[in-house]
Design a protein around this ligand. Structure first.
Ligand code: ADP
Ligand code: MG
Length: 220
C-alpha cells in the first residue's frame, strides 16, 4: 500500500469491554486501512463487533491493545459517524440536529442553512426540519442521522447499519444518497450491515465473525 493518503489505519487493534472472567472481546486484533475513494462494507451478524470496530475507526473508543491512527485526516471534524442507535439531541429540532457538527466545528449558524436544507432534501426529510426527534419515527430519525453527516461533508464517512430500520426501498435510497455524496465530495465510505444485499452495493466487503475481521478473500 502506498500509505501516502491513508485516512485511518488499525494495526492489531483490539477492544475489550470489562475485565476478568466477564470481559467481552468485541474486536480481536483488527488490521485495516481506509484510503480516499474506498467503499467498504463490513458485514456480519449481530454481536460480531461491527459497531465496536466502527467506533475504533471514529476514535470514539481507544483500542485496548494495538493502534488506530489517522495519518491524513484534518482532525476529528473530518470524520462523520452515522450512529446505529438514536443519536439526535432531543431538545433540538431536526434542522438544528443536522447543523450540529457544523456548529460544533465553529461555522456561524447563518452558514449552516444551505448545507442543512440540501442534506435534508437528499434524504427526503426536508418537511421534517422543524420537528423534534420525539415527533418523528425511528426510520425518519435514521435518515436525519445520515443527513447530519452529509451536511458535514467529512473526508471519512462511517455509517453503522444506516439502513437497519428502513424498508427496502427507503434503505436503497439512503444508500444511494451516501454513495452519491461520497462520490461528489471524494470521501471514503465505510458501511456496516448484516444485509448481503446492502453489502453488495459497496465496492469491497470484509466479514466480521465473533469479533474477528476476516481476511478480504473470506468475505462473502
Ligand atoms: P455488532 O455491531 O456487530 O452487533 P457490537 O460491536 O455492538 O456488535 O458488539 C460486539 C460485542 O461486544 C457483543 O458481544 C456486545 O455485547 C459487546 N459490547 C458492545 N458494546 C459493549 C459495551 N459498551 N459494554 C459491554 N459489552 C459490549
Ligand atoms: Mg452494531
Amino acid at each position: 500500500m502506498a500509505g501516502t493518503d491513508v485516512l485511518v489505519t488499525c494495526r492489531d487493534a483490539a477492544l475489550t469491554f470489562g475485565r476478568g472472567p466477564t470481559a467481552v472481546v468485541a474486536v480481536h486484533g483488527a488490521n485495516l486501512s481506509i484510503t480516499p475513494g474506498d467503499r467498504l462494507a463490513i458485514v456480519g451478524p449481530s454481536g460480531s463487533g461491527k459497531s465496536s470496530l466502527l467506533h475504533l475507526l471514529a476514535g470514539l473508543e481507544r483500542p485496548t491493545s494495538g493502534t488506530v491512527t489517522w495519518p491524513h485526516l484534518d482532525g476529528p471534524d473530518d470524520i462523520g459517524l452515522v450512529f446505529q442507535a438514536d443519536s439526535l439531541v432531543p431538545a433540538l429540532d431536526v434542522a438544528e440536529n443536522t447543523a450540529l457538527p457544523l456548529v460544533l466545528a465553529g461555522h456561524p449558524e447563518t452558514q449552516t442553512h444551505h448545507p442543512v436544507t440540501e442534506a435534508l432534501g437528499l434524504v427526503g426529510a426536508a418537511a421534517l426540519a422543524e420537528r423534534l426527534p420525539e415527533e418523528i419515527s425511528g426510520g425518519q430519525a435514521q435518515r436525519v442521522a445520515v443527513a447530519r453527516v452529509l451536511a458535514q461533508q467529512p473526508g471519512l464517512i462511517l455509517a453503522d447499519e444506516p439502513t437497519g430500520r428502513l424498508d427496502h426501498a427507503t434503505g436503497a435510497r439512503v444508500l444511494d444518497t451516501l454513495l452519491t455524496a461520497a462520490e461528489r465530495t471524494g470521501a471514503a465510505l465505510v458501511v456496516t450491515t448484516h444485509d448481503p444485499a446492502v453489502a453488495a452495493r459497496l465496492t469491497t466487503r470484509r466479514a466480521m465473525r465473533d469479533g474477528r475481521l476476516l481476511a478480504p478473500e473470506d468475505a462473502s
